[in-house]
Design a protein around this ligand. Structure first.
Ligand code: TRP
Length: 334
């Protein structure tokens, strides 16, 4: 049986997207458009597993949509929509809640991180969040899932759930086991202030990240102030591994210039970090500021963005309902 390739991915609408999201996810989404059918979802229901101010949530859904478009996702090529507008996600999530095991969820490291020290106070939604993610993927019978390395465990859970469903309901190969597509070296773009932490919108200092909406001046300042090292840039990858901030700057430079890390390292070896930073700021400004400007422009026409989501919803809903009809039958629901 030939299974048609289909990619699905989701991005949470939780404000400012940054360089980590851009290199670790969005750019990958864009290139996949030429390889297979793609569905890209703004996962608003995942966002509300922790409290979101309603007006901010609405804005963030639109801003994430604008970021999708500004980085090059094309509504003519890919289905772009928001999760809550296709009811099948929650319906399938419920069915999968009954397939997934408590023991499986208890192993999820992201829940442990996000729930913090007082797990009793975390929302039930946060706990079963990975089941909803499995529903997102399986609702479309997606075969490929481009995600960051931090989502690998959730994806393994999706595969376990798919497998158990296929077994419990005697339908081998009904749900394809979704494969993660994790960009190897860029899956971890680190904070500009601390090379041991991932670049994140939740780190307090804005100097820790490059936001897609940053101006050229902001990018320049942030790169100038980024933590580096007092010694010249080493040419030995073993030494570089012990200098995570330096490695991070070189990784970003290598990604943006599309040259290998080895090539960049040999070009930069022996030079001062100020030299790398000057060059890095320049290429970043060239690549990121047009994206930021496009996001701002798109955000001025909210009804256009809503229209794009509505069109995407219509297309997604057709596939979702087709698959759900069979899923309901398999489970025995009338
Ligand atoms: N959990 C993912 C994240 O935080 C977002 C997400 C939700 C997702 N549903 C998905 C990613 C389905 C891939 C496929 O990044």
């Amino acid at each position: 049986m030939i299974i048609k390739k289909l990619a699905f991915s989701g991005v949470q609408p939780t404000g400012n997207l940054h360089l980590g999201n851009y290199l670790g996810a969005l750019k990958n989404f864009v290139s996949l458009q030429n390889e297979m059918d793609c569905i890209y979802c703004v996962v608003d229901l995942h966002a509300i597993t922790v409290f979101q101010k309603p007006s901010e949530l609405t804005n963030n859904v639109l801003e994430t949509t604008a970021s999708f478009l500004a980085t090059g996702l094309k509504p003519e090529k890919s289905i772009i929509f928001n999760q809550s507008s296709v009811a099948g996600h929650t319906e399938l999530a419920w069915i999968l809640n009954c397939i997934s095991r408590i023991g499986w969820l208890n192993r999820m490291t992201q829940f442990k991180d996000k729930a913090g020290s007082d797990k009793e106070k975390a929302s039930v939604g946060l706990y079963i969040y990975p089941n909803l993610m499995a529903a997102d993927i399986l609702l479309y019978k997606a075969t490929h899932v481009p995600v960051g390395a931090d989502q690998k465990q959730h994806l393994e859970l999706s595969r376990d759930i798919a497998q158990k469903f296929n077994k419990d309901f005697n339908c081998e190969n009904f749900f394809p086991l979704p494969e993660p597509l994790i960009p190897k070296k860029v899956s971890r773009i680190m904070s500009l202030r601390d090379g041991a932490k991932k670049m994140s919108k939740s780190e307090e200092s804005d100097y820790s990240r490059i936001n897609l909406k940053d101006s050229a001046d902001e990018i320049k300042k942030k790169i100038q102030k980024a933590k580096s090292d007092s010694e010249p840039i080493p040419d030995d990858s073993k030494i570089l591994k012990q200098k995570p901030e330096a490695l991070n700057l070189l990784t970003i430079y290598s990604e943006i210039t599309k040259k290998s890390l080895a090539q960049i390292t040999s070009e930069m070896a022996g030079k001062k970090y100020s030299y790398l930073k000057e060059n890095l700021a320049e290429v970043l400004i060239e690549e990121i500021t047009p994206v930021g400007k496009e996001i701002q422009k798109l955000l001025k026409d909210k009804s256009h963005l809503k229209n794009i989501l509505e069109n995407g919803t219509e297309k997604a809903n057709i596939i979702a309902e087709e698959n759900l009809k069979i899923i309901r039958e398999k489970v025995g629901l009338i």
